[in-house]
Design a protein around this ligand. Structure first.
Ligand SMILES: [Zn+2]
Length: 343
């Protein structure tokens, strides 16, 4: 089968690899009908050293179950499924608490010898706990939004939940990537009154306004902070969704949070610390981490199926699997917001 492999920064290839096969009785093999490139895939795309082992890429997919192991009870051949970016058994105490990304038998797709989702097929461990079957298979027009439930929409929702977004609150979203824009959807959905999107890419902030952003701040750094403070009555906002993961993003997030407010951080951290004094003296809650998207599918799916939210609009380019290297290039150059792969 064909799969996307990264060898070094800027060096992504689509190659023939051994077919995905069942290994554990709890595995399923999923034929990928849609996958995508994640903003987090761009970190190794910019920095991976050639000496490291090649990396099988991709952790977001929807597809059809092709085969299941003897120990799989709920998932059936032919099921149309959403595959969250982390696998989880659905049975342990963390899964029961809704924190599937801390599952004691869990892990992340594309790592530890598992092939990634930017491929024709992949092996999914703990199939019963991991995969979510969409009855009826889903309408073709909904595929992009269903795919977003494997990561970006669930991750934006997690940022909103962790930052305590609630009815009547004011909110700022740091970052106009796919997760930030899904964070706007999530904040609106949870009843935020004011949603300030910090981003500067014209197409992206326009989509953010469509999704419910009430204000857009295109400045950066201290100027952005001053604008957000001015827009929020001088004290900052109740909830900040940090959807970037850089030092600057975290410093800004802390600066625009009002006393007693909360930050939900979902950008993979490429910083070493969170400013201690301002978070302490403002009594700011800092929460977040890898989103348990498996836990959120149940809550978000009805809104997708009934058209109340359209997170699939973040996909602005569709390519075939063989064109994955160009998809990386386009996202890295910010020509594309988020690239969908239709193998
Ligand atoms: Zn678990």
């Amino acid at each position: 089968m064909r799969a996307t492999i990264m060898y070094a920064a800027g060096d992504v290839r689509v190659e023939s690899v051994p077919d995905a096969t069942l290994v554990e009785p709890t595995d399923a093999i999923v034929r990928v009908t849609r996958a995508c490139i994640c903003g987090s895939d761009l970190w190794p795309y910019r920095s991976m050293e050639p000496s490291e082992a090649a990396q099988s890429m991709g952790h977001e997919a929807i597809g059809i179950v092709e085969n299941v192991g003897d120990g799989v009870r709920k998932i059936k051949r032919g099921d149309f499924v959403i595959m969250p970016f982390a696998y989880s058994d659905g049975r342990c105490k963390f899964c029961h608490e809704g924190l599937h990304t801390a599952c004691v038998h869990g892990g992340f797709l594309g790592f530890a010898g598992l092939n990634g989702a930017q491929a024709e097929a992949l092996r999914v461990p703990e199939a019963d706990g991991t995969l979510y079957t969409v009855a009826g298979g889903g309408d073709e027009a909904l595929m992009a939004s269903l795919l977003s439930l494997s990561d970006v929409m669930g991750t934006g929702h997690h940022a909103a939940r962790m930052s305590r977004v609630a009815s009547g609150k004011n909110v700022a979203v740091v970052g106009d990537g796919a997760v930030g824009l899904c964070g706007v959807i999530a904040a609106k959905r949870l009843g935020a009154e004011q949603i300030i999107l910090i981003g500067r890419h014209p197409d992206r902030v326009a989509l953010g306004r469509d999704f419910g952003a009430t204000d857009v701040v295109t400045e950066r750094g201290d100027e952005a902070v001053q604008r957000v403070l001015a827009l929020s009555g001088g004290h900052g906002v109740h909830s900040v969704l940090e959807c970037v993961g850089t030092e600057q993003a975290v410093v800004d997030a802390v600066a625009i949070t009002r006393p007693g407010g909360a930050i939900g951080r979902v950008g993979v951290p490429h910083y070493t610390g969170i400013p201690a004094s301002p978070t302490f003296f403002k009594n700011v809650i800092v929460a977040g981490g890898p989103a348990p998207v498996r836990a959120y599918i149940e809550e978000l799916l009805p809104d997708v199926l009934e058209g109340r939210i359209q997170p699939g609009r973040v996909f602005d380019r569709v390519i075939g699997l063989e064109d994955a290297p160009d998809g990386y290039r386009a996202m890295d150059a910010r020509e594309a917001l988020k690239v969908m792969i239709a193998p």
